[in-house]
Design a protein around this ligand. Structure first.
Ligand code: UD1
Length: 365
């Protein structure tokens, strides 16, 4: 019997580990799969709702780390996770994505000579001012098995000297969650609840430090939303980081009452809103992928993307952060200059199956 611990910490991890957990459940007789939640995200609406909706069990370990500076958060996770590993002695630790919990747990595992698998390896924005880029590079450098979502990941890892035999192009587990939950996503009544049933609307999400941690950038984006809100409905579920910055910068009164502001929204409801939107305006990584899969126009408020396949093959428009230019691109898309878009290779709902099979095969070597 092999013991595997998967780590989740922040919201985007939950939909990546859920399909892997469901695959391991089918192999219960040979794999004991445990889940460790670091508690990086802890609000009910940022965490528990995803566990419930995605069929994740109550985590076997909850570290309760919470918020803090990068050092405080990363170090807190490391100290607590080391105790778990010393006690449990798993054969493998699985980490996903690029959040602080990802690098913290992979580093602890490797120092204890425990194998690490990184799900969503190889993505690079080539922007080392992003905390996620540092997390990605470091996690990939020390991982034993690297599972890649798009072909650029293979190239990036090769260029960084990661040996080919550690790297597997298995597809996108986030899309697995989307595919398997489509009926529940379609059944959501969230548009009715928000009073926008049948109306065309723009969906907005913002949380990158580069957009929301400086008063002037955040204020400029809010002015853009106010303008957009005059022509159509704008739905804006506000991330906790963004909400607290809006408050701290005294920008609450600057937001037009026409903008529909909400708390963070659960998985089914949120994907329902993406699927039916006229356009999504975002700085998220995962939403660039989900909108590409759903064929929805996505305008990305960033200067770079670690997911270039969504621009090359999908419906993503990389708009930069110059608000005048972003406005121009939104105008063009709304005027009908849309990207038709296709679905990237291996974004087929079977990535977790391929990853688990690969891990089982490797364990027999
Ligand atoms: C983290 C990830 C980012 C990911 C994002 C998704 C890192 C470095 N960043 O950013 O890659 O895209 O999650 O959401 O790991 N807060 C709450 N309740 C919560 C969680 C956070 O109120 O449940 C507030 C706290 O004030 C906290 C702030 O949000 O200080 C930021 O949380 P944190 O986990 O540090 O970073 P995110 O911006 O969420």
């Amino acid at each position: 019997m092999k013991k595997i611990i998967s780590v989740v910490g922040a919201r985007p991890n939950f939909m990546k580990i859920a399909p892997i957990h469901l695959q391991f459940l089918k192999q219960k007789d040979r794999i004991q799969h445990l889940i460790c939640h670091t508690g990086q995200h802890y609000d009910e609406k940022m965490s528990k709702v995803f566990f419930d909706e995605l069929g994740l069990p109550v985590p076997d370990f909850y570290l309760g780390i919470g918020s803090g500076s990068h050092a405080v958060q990363t170090a807190g996770v490391m100290v607590a996770f080391e105790k778990i590993l010393l006690e449990e002695k798993p054969d493998l630790v699985i980490v996903a994505g690029d959040v602080n919990s990802t690098i913290a747990c992979s580093l602890v595992a490797k120092k204890l000579h425990i194998a690490v698998a990184h799900v969503e390896a190889g993505l690079r924005s080539f922007d080392r001012t992003m905390p996620e880029e540092i997390n990605r590079i470091l996690t990939d450098t020390i991982s034993d098995y690297l599972f890649v979502t798009e072909e650029t990941g293979l190239e990036n890892l090769k260029n960084e000297g990661i040996p080919d035999e550690k790297v597997f192009f298995t597809g996108n587990v986030m899309i697995d969650s989307l595919v398997s939950n489509l009926p529940r996503i379609d059944a959501s009544g969230v548009r009715r609840e928000l009073g926008i049933d049948g109306d065309p609307y723009m969906l907005v999400t913002l949380h990158r430090p580069s957009n929301v941690d400086e008063r002037e950038s955040l204020a400029a984006i809010l002015r853009l939303l106010n303008k957009q809100g005059r022509g159509r409905k704008v739905v804006f579920p506000v991330h906790p980081r963004t909400r607290s910055n809006i408050k701290n910068f005294g920008l609450e009164a600057e937001i037009s009452p026409e903008i529909i502001l909400t708390e963070p929204i659960g998985y089914f409801d949120f994907l329902h809103l993406v699927k039916n939107a006229l356009l999504v305006l975002t700085d998220s990584g995962g939403i660039q992928e989900e909108s590409t899969f759903l064929g929805v126009q996505c305008v990305t408020l960033r200067n770079n993307t670690e997911r270039p396949i969504t621009v090359k093959v999908g419906t993503n428009h990389l708009a930069g952060t110059d608000i005048g230019k972003v406005e121009g691109i939104i105008g063009e898309v709304l005027a009908g200059r849309v990207k038709k878009g296709g679905i990237p290779p291996l974004w087929d709902g079977k990535a977790a199956q391929r990853i688990c099979q690969q891990l089982i095969d490797l364990s027999h070597r």
